[in-house]
Design a protein around this ligand. Structure first.
Ligand SMILES: [Zn+2]
Length: 419
């Protein structure tokens, strides 16, 4: 493409704008020292003014830009042969040279009907060259009039002219439908974003963190009845009876979470007795370091919180949890739910102790709660508050021992917290 064609393309771009606005598609540009200083398109219909030809509007813009009506050394590129009015204005403005594309056999004044630039002697002579991108310049006009004819029907004006109310702009059906499609796409995108955001907020509200690296996958409880000897020389058996509930909280990797995270620590805090049993008193203990004895219900091991640190492997005696997940253990004991005294010689069957002292299941109904915090080595922390646990007591009366496993315990909602 040569330089003339390059500039004519710019004039054609202006013609295209006119086309979309239902104007006869003619465009013009003015070039000075290799720079485009004005662009314009025909606006006769829009402005309801017969003088608003592309060439006139371009001359006005260039004069404004140069702050002079003399457009010396300026060249005009226009898609259609100028009419007598425009040719006159071009001579008056001292434009050096005009390049045009299509011929205008009906009203052209630069070669078709007459030639104001060549055949008449004025104070200024304008050079000219025609047929630059002639085909393209002709095609856009032909397409325009073809479309206009095809729209010709009884309701020509109603069908052809659409007013875009917001801008008050007049545009072709084509341009209007393009605009409508754009607006639809933008609307769909906006609705999509809003909808997704709402869904996300709702989901977060309901379930806390929706994609947790670690979860509490299971809580298991082993309850046993136990008697502690009381020094009493008068009775053969004198025992205080405790119900020991050994709790195991399983912290496991969430299989749906696909990034690598490791545990820095897991803490259980804020033990709260939600419902005490009718007899006895709930207390919380940590494990002993003794290999043989798991727990001792003595003040030395009482806890109001417990923290396991992340390690290579889990070790409950050292209060360590594998940084890939493991088990946190503690005891919730219901101490001193009754006493058993007897002078019988027979061995005590712990399974029958509760029955012997007249306990029933309801007496042992108890619920407690705690908070669980998981800290990760990446610096993130997640906390689940108020995890409720009801101590199992069925069968305890008859057998003195009961175990229960709660898989995927409900109501554990983790929320991201700041360290
Ligand atoms: Zn004209």
């Amino acid at each position: 493409m040569n330089i003339k064609e390059k500039y004519m393309k710019k004039a054609l771009a202006q013609a295209k704008i006119a086309y979309d606005k239902l104007e006869v598609p003619v465009g013009a540009i003015i070039v000075k020292d290799g720079r485009i200083i004005a662009r314009a398109f025909n606006q006769k219909e829009t402005k309801v003014d017969t003088t608003k030809h592309a060439e006139i509007l371009a001359i006005q813009k260039a004069s404004k830009r140069l702050k002079s009506w003399r457009l010396i050394d300026c060249e005009m590129y226009v898609t259609l042969e100028p009419c007598p009015m425009c040719a006159g204005a071009i001579i008056q403005s001292r434009i050096k040279k005009v390049y045009y594309g299509a011929l205008d056999e009906k009203t052209g004044a630069v070669g078709s009907k007459l030639n104001l630039f060549r055949d008449f002697k004025f104070n200024h002579r304008v050079e000219f060259e025609n047929s630059i991108l002639q085909k393209e310049c002709q095609n856009i006009l032909q397409d325009f009039f073809k479309e206009l004819r095809s729209q010709k029907s009884a309701s020509i004006n109603k069908e052809w002219v659409y007013k875009w109310k917001v801008g008050g702009e007049i545009m072709s059906k084509q341009a209007l439908s393009k605009k409508v499609i754009h607006l639809c796409i933008i609307s769909i995108i906006i609705i999509g974003i809003v909808f997704t955001a709402i869904l996300f907020i709702l989901k977060y509200d309901e379930n806390g963190e929706t994609n947790m690296p670690f979860l509490v996958s299971k809580i298991s409880v082993i309850s046993t009845v136990d008697g502690q000897d009381v020094e009493n020389p008068e009775a053969k058996w004198d025992k205080t009876i405790n119900q020991n509930n050994d709790i195991y909280v399983y912290v496991e990797k969430n299989v749906q979470y696909n990034k690598t995270e490791t545990i820095a620590s897991v803490a259980i805090e804020n033990f709260k007795v939600e419902k005490n049993s009718n007899k006895g008193e709930l207390k919380f203990y940590k494990q002993t370091q003794d290999e043989k004895i798991l727990y001792k219900n003595t003040d030395e091991y009482l806890i109001d919180s417990i923290e396991y640190s992340g390690a290579k492997t889990s070790n409950s005696k050292k209060m360590e949890i594998s940084n890939q997940g493991g088990i946190i253990e503690f005891r919730c004991a219901n101490n001193n739910i009754g006493t058993y005294k007897s002078n019988e010689d027979t061995e005590i069957n712990y399974g029958e102790l509760l029955k012997k002292i007249g306990m029933n299941e309801e007496d042992l109904n108890a619920t407690f709660s705690f908070d669980l915090t998981i800290k990760l080595n990446s610096g993130k922390s997640f906390k689940a508050e108020n995890i409720q646990l009801t101590i199992p007591n069925d069968n305890l009366i008859n057998e003195g021992k009961v175990g229960r496993e709660i898989n995927n315990p409900e109501g554990i909602v983790f929320k991201r917290i700041e360290n």
